[in-house]
Design a protein around this ligand. Sequence first.
Ligand code: SF4
Length: 396
Amino acid sequence: MTDFPVQTRSSQVQIKGWCPGAWQPMAASDGLVVRVRPPGGRLSQAQAHGIAELVRCCASPWLELTNRANLQLRGVNAAGHVPLLDALRELDLLDRDAAAEARRNVQVQPLWTEGDTTQTLALQLGECLARADAPALPPKFGFTVDTGEVPCLRGAYADIRLERYAQGVLVYADGATLGGVFTPEEAPAGALALARWFLAAGGAPEGRGRMAALLTRCDLPVAWQQVPVPAAVGNALEPGPQPGGTLVGLAFGLTQASTLAALADGGALRLTPWRSVYVEGAAPLPDFPELITDTNDARLRIAACTGAPHCQQAWAPTRDLALALAPLVPSGQLLHVSGCAKGCAYPKRATTVVATAQGYDFIRHGTAACAPDHRGLALPALEQLLKNKTTHAPRI
Ligand code: SF4
């Protein structure tokens, strides 16, 4: 897969066009980044303990939870990669090959209950995508299985969405207002049929492309225009008690191996795209500083990428700056601090600060790649801007 450069205002940024996996790790300045995609978005207690052990023996101590609900190990050295794959295979956390892993990109609403449609559907869809005859989708192409009473993953990145519809499952293309209804048993095949249409309609020239972009230039077949996609949706779930367990936020999506193991002592873990983990059961939570259970915690109002020194493309550190600025971000708003114009931590519009060679650029309401409203600022000037409440854009 070829990387390609795009010229931004501040630097030439390498857009990879693919996400790391376990089979295909990504090189960073602190070693290999190895991403694990737990089937159905769930880690059993044994799997979570197994990952914590792997982190202790062959990676940096901090794990990252991504905005696609995957777990990422950093700092793996090249010689340790094959033994790591063997260990993941032992834990049932490794796909057959890199192609199967890349296709199996499924996010799952975390509050499913034993025996309901969601988990079965998610596992079946994952199995269908991992088969050798599955469509060869672009690396970032993804699915949501959001079949709870009210959808909560509409803000998550996906190209095909599966939601509850009466006794069936609504399958629709991201960006569409209409979709098709299937029985739960038929829904995985329906989702794959829509993915095949995406490819046949030219959605991925040169192996890249997204569903919503395709829909701006061509119409869906009649089979995918049967019923309207309901407008009413739930929001991303907030940390705190939830039915059957507790949702725990992680500052910047980071957790130490010891914290992951302590959480897994309480129950199996379900990963969310909101940089949080749902812990099954009623066991009391361990007390670690990176765990967030208070919805008023200012760390829930900031997003920041790895930044310097771990990312080669970063102009400056990001997370300490974001923590320093967090108390100035009003409730319901989001501040995104990015180490460069690529904006890995939050690709949507927000109040955004971007590190550059000349200081920090400030974007009132945009992505990290947008033209800045102010250039080359230092911390005092950023604080001054953020103290003004009209500075903050609405959170998307
Ligand atoms: S946004 Fe952050 S993590 Fe992504 S390439 Fe730039 S500096 Fe690196």
